[in-house]
Design a protein around this ligand. Structure first.
Ligand code: XMP
Length: 511
């Protein structure tokens, strides 16, 4: 089915992906494209509306990203946000100037004139500002629709031409009526019918896959993460036993993970699952290695080798399925290639598998949408809400050399931390939470004896995309319980510390 589409032109703002997610949340399909998308391509794309995102530049600078003026004559409704709003003003001949003081954070927005963009919005409400430049004059045909104390043009528009600009960010939760404003733009300005739903996506995708796959052979590398799990389940609906999933057991997984994968995918879902036991091989390859990047390289290479061997046993297949999701496509640049992040452990698979075509059933979806597809397909909650796990898994959470003994200690400590976070109901608020086995030993007293054992660090962060992150404010009582349990139940651990560093300057992982 053909959906109505909103085109979001990305000027590099920090909230660009968030805008796209907000539009999708409102059941309207949208794509995020680079701001320099040529006019002819935009026309061909045929969006029902266009949104310009924010961006770090100033519109009056020589090399600032621009759009052709003809874009405003196509009759397509446009909403500019922050830099996008300034760009509308600037392109249509008005004045945007630097101001001495920027405006950041919550401000009171006063709606001066009601338009289709402000349906249901109180005259006074909170909006979120983050800008330095300001719009000084407006182009012909435009009028001020809203203002704040320090920003005389916080919202403006030309109702007839359906072009609007907002200096604030409707996409962030701090803007009280932000969701409603986006909804007003989508429905009342662009005439969106809200025809993008997850159940519709699943139905359509199954039809597409059915047509494509027929009775042909399909191969997929199952990582245990949510993306490959959902991709596998979706394809399995169509391909059944013609789908073979390969799960590489590298021995670096978290406690119980391998058993869980087997139980769900082979047991509950009845998939044709091959578990390649390569535990010894990975441990041998990692012997004596302490450098994090070298660990990653060794693991990546060994993973591909093991997969290649399994693929050879299976022989030629028609399709290789990858769990690429929309942020991978967007971040890879122009949204063209099926690129998986370079540090991802399945990046090299297409080179070693004898296949005809790659299938990426989730390439249009954001993570939250992938989870909803998982729900729609009946995957259990703990698979859907599984936190992201890096390809090299526990190997980069053990500082220094990886050994079987260290893996056992970390697995037990990590399991306790995860259990307590989940018991406290915090798992949906926290992006990632895990234990790290540091390479420090400290003196302790356990029972009546002096010990000299490992320090376990706990890491928990909140984040929307892992690009930036903040340390999670886990209640002390939960931390206390975790610390008591780890020092009491885990062999070779006598001290627990909590990491209170954000990203940047630190990274989420310790290695
Ligand atoms: P950092 O530590 O760079 O992590 O803040 C950002 C996100 O990426 C994950 N990560 C990895 N994922 N292979 C992966 O597949 C890796 O080598 C790797 N290193 C980090 C990390 O868990 C976080 O979600």
């Amino acid at each position: 089915m053909q959906h109505q589409k909103i085109l979001i032109l990305d000027f590099g703002g920090q909230y660009s992906q968030l805008i796209a997610r907000r539009v999708r949340e409102r059941c309207v399909f949208c794509d995020l494209k680079p701001a320099d998308m040529p006019l002819a391509e935009i026309e061909e794309y045929a969006p029902i509306g266009i949104i310009f995102t924010g961006g770090p530049e100033s519109v009056y600078e020589e090399n600032a990203p621009r759009v052709p003026e003809q874009l405003f004559s196509l009759g397509i409704p446009i909403l500019g946000i922050c830099y996008g709003a300034q760009l509308i003003a600037h392109t249509l001949g008005a004045s945007v100037v630097p101001s001495e003081h920027g405006e950041y954070g919550k401000r009171t927005l006063i709606i001066q004139k009601e338009t289709p963009m402000s349906g249901g919005i109180e005259t006074e409400s909170v909006c979120w500002m983050s800008h330095r430049d300001r719009i000084e004059t407006l182009p012909e045909g435009f009028e001020v629709l809203g203002y704040t104390e320090n920003c005389p043009v916080a919202m403006f528009g030309d109702v007839k031409r359906k072009i609007y600009g907002v200096q604030f960010h409707p996409e962030v939760v701090h803007t009280e009526y932000g969701q409603l404003m986006l909804d007003d733009f989508l429905c009342d300005v662009c005439g969106a019918k809200k025809d993008w739903t997850i159940s519709g996506f699943v139905k359509d995708e199954i039809n597409i896959l059915r047509e494509k796959i027929g009775g042909k052979k399909v191969l997929l590398a199952l990582s245990g993460g949510v993306d490959s799990a959902v991709a596998a389940t979706l394809v399995h609906r169509v391909a059944g036993h013609n789908l073979t999933c390969v799960f590489v057991d590298h021995g670096l997984h978290r406690k119980g993970e391998v058993e869980e994968v087997v139980r769900i995918f082979r047991g509950t879902l009845g998939m044709n699952l091959i578990v390649a036991d390569a535990r010894k091989r990975f441990l041998d390859a990692l012997k004596g290695v302490t450098d994090p990047e070298q660990k990653r390289k060794i693991i990546g290479a060994a993973f591909i080798k093991v997969f290649e061997e399994e693929a050879k046993k299976i022989g030629a297949v028609d399709f290789l399925v990858q769990g690429t999701i929309y942020p991978d496509v967007v971040e890879s640049g122009k949204g063209k290639s099926a690129v998986i992040k370079s540090h991802h452990n399945v990046g090299g698979l297409p080179d070693v598998v004898d296949f005809k075509e790659i299938i990426e059933p989730l390439r249009d979806l954001f993570k939250d949408e992938v989870r909803k597809v998982g729900e729609e397909l009946g995957l259990p909650n703990f698979v859907i809400w599984r936190q992201p796990c890096p390809g090299p898994a526990l190997a980069i959470r053990i500082m220094g050399e990886v050994t079987e003994e260290k893996l056992a200690t970390l697995r037990d400590a990590d399991c306790i931390f995860c259990e307590e976070v989940q018991r406290a109901g915090l798992q949906k608020e926290i992006w990632q939470y895990f234990a790290v086995l540091t390479d420090s030993k400290t003196v302790g007293v356990q029972g009546d004896s002096r010990t000299y054992e490992n320090v376990i660090a706990l890491r928990a962060v909140t984040s929307v995309d892992a690009m930036t992150a903040d340390w999670a404010r886990i209640p002390f009582e939960v931390l206390e319980k975790v610390s008591a349990r780890i020092t009491g139940e885990v062999k070779h651990a006598n001290r627990v510390v909590y990491d209170i560093t954000s990203k940047p300057p630190a990274t989420i992982e310790w290695e």
